[in-house]
Design a protein around this ligand. Structure first.
Ligand code: C2E
Ligand code: MG
Ligand code: MG
Ligand code: MG
Length: 288
């Protein structure tokens, strides 16, 4: 068939490619309707320290698609970035995180919990991004110190001056910043040193390989050493096994997130886990 079609003919009917394109167009169209139809929801994944204390959670979005079920953000966030829908989605996530934090302020123990929110580079680079966050902080009262914004190294593709300035404006309000998926991007050390960050988040690919791949272990040690020199906290993501935890602890990492502690949970389940203090026990067991 290919021979008959000849050399200069583009064949449109590669069924696999076509179904990929269809899915994509369909998802893009559905994505535009997802917000008014209230199809997004948030999961919360525990972040804990080396004492086994839950310090807070990362907020992770899910899309409850009418036909496809729960769609992963790994699938729809890139689409939302291309169409621009990410701005509205990001605004919603941030506002919901503020609602949650405000609710927790009524509880004597939950009021210290922090939330980490993922911010897309597209969202961060909107000219009114800082204004929007400032307005949210004014509206929600004293919660800025409990919010941590996770950026990825891709924000650095833009002018350093602007990125630094935006971060600084929000830091002055009390927000904190973490660099997500660290080690997978292109950030130069010179640039990194200038960013007013609070935390580096070691990418889960290094954590996954830490026990089997000596170079992953070396990279993690290097990141931790660098973070210490720059005065930054380090958190490891994607922690799944006690063996990984043991190595991370030995290397001096003091903050963790991953299935070993808990999968991302709906808010009720997260609150229950926190109230039962169930985590401390399992983490302590892991440390022995
Ligand atoms: P991320 O921010 O690096 O989040 C970590 C991802 O790893 C999450 O996937 C989480 O569920 C998963 N994970 C957590 N613990 C483990 C573990 O122990 N093992 C393994 N294998 N995976 C683990 P998720 O929820 O599918 O999110 C994927 C990505 O989508 C996130 O990566 C983040 O970049 C993006 N994302 C999620 N929510 C939002 C959001 O509200 N806004 C934006 N802009 N991006 C978001
Ligand atoms: Mg993240
Ligand atoms: Mg990450
Ligand atoms: Mg990631």
């Amino acid at each position: 068939q290919a021979k008959i079609a000849g050399r200069n003919t583009i064949r449109f009917f590669d069924p696999e490619l076509q179904s990929v394109i269809m899915t994509r167009l369909e998802l893009e169209a559905d994505l535009l309707r997802a917000m008014p139809l209230k199809e997004f929801l948030l999961y919360y994944q525990v972040q804990a320290d080396d004492q086994g204390h839950i310090t807070g959670a990362e907020v992770l979005i899910r899309w409850r698609h009418p036909r496809r079920g729960l769609v992963s953000p790994a699938v729809f966030i890139p689409l939302a970035e291309e169409t621009g829908a990410i701005v509205e989605i990001g605004d919603w996530v941030m506002q919901m995180a503020c609602e949650t934090l405000r609710g927790w302020q009524q509880h004597p123990r939950m009021r210290q919990l922090q939330l980490a929110v993922n911010v897309s580079a597209v969202q961060f680079h909107q000219p009114d991004f800082t204004d929007k966050v400032c307005r949210l902080m004014a509206r929600y009262g004293d919660i800025a110190g409990l919010l941590k914004l996770e950026l990825t190294e891709s924000v650095m593709l833009d002018s350093a001056e602007q990125v630094i300035q935006k971060i600084q404006i929000l830091k002055n309000l009390g927000l904190r910043f973490s660099l997500d998926d660290f080690g997978t991007g292109y950030s130069s050390l010179a640039y990194l040193k200038r960013l007013p960050l609070d935390q580096l988040k070691i990418d889960q690919s290094f954590v996954r390989d830490i026990t089997s791949d000596p170079s992953a272990a070396v990279i993690i040690q290097t990141i931790i050493g660098m973070a210490q020199n720059l005065g930054l906290e380090v958190i490891a993501e994607g922690l799944e096994t006690k063996e990984q935890l043991a190595l991370l602890m030995r290397y001096g990492c003091r903050h963790y997130q991953g299935y070993l502690l808990s999968k991302p949970l709906p808010i009720d389940a997260f609150e229950t886990l926190f109230e039962q203090g169930a985590l401390s026990l399992s983490l302590k067991q892991a440390l022995i």
